[in-house]
Ligand binder design. Structure first.
Ligand code: FES
Length: 106
């Protein structure tokens, strides 16, 4: 997997294990979910209204482009949510209540 983002500086803090479409990955404590995902993938999710992928835009909670779905059913804005140990991100787009199979950025 090649990510869209690159970590430019390491900072102290424990690793935070989480999964993307069932694949175990790690972030660093204090990482926002958008960065944690895009270090491993090129996109956050599939676009709900057409072909394509979404990767966020504003990175500051304004554009609403970074909503992601967690396996427990929560939908969170990735640019304002800290990654938590055990989080399970599902990158398939939610269309009419059904999760479209197939992730992004593999
Ligand atoms: S990237 Fe714009 S709201 Fe999250």
């Amino acid at each position: 997997m090649t990510g869209l983002f690159r970590r430019l500086a390491q900072r102290p803090g424990p690793a935070v294990p989480f999964t993307i479409d069932g694949v175990p990955v790690q972030a660093q404590a204090g990482d926002l979910l958008i960065g944690a995902i895009l270090l491993h993938r090129r996109a956050l999710r599939l676009f709900e209204f057409g072909p394509g992928e979404r990767a966020g835009y504003c990175l500051m909670g304004a554009c609403q482009d970074c909503w992601v779905t967690l396996a427990d059913g929560r939908r969170v804005r990735a640019c304002t949510t800290l990654v938590e140990p055990g989080m399970a991100v599902v990158t398939g787009a939610v269309v009419t209540g059904a999760v479209v199979t197939g992730g992004v950025g593999d």
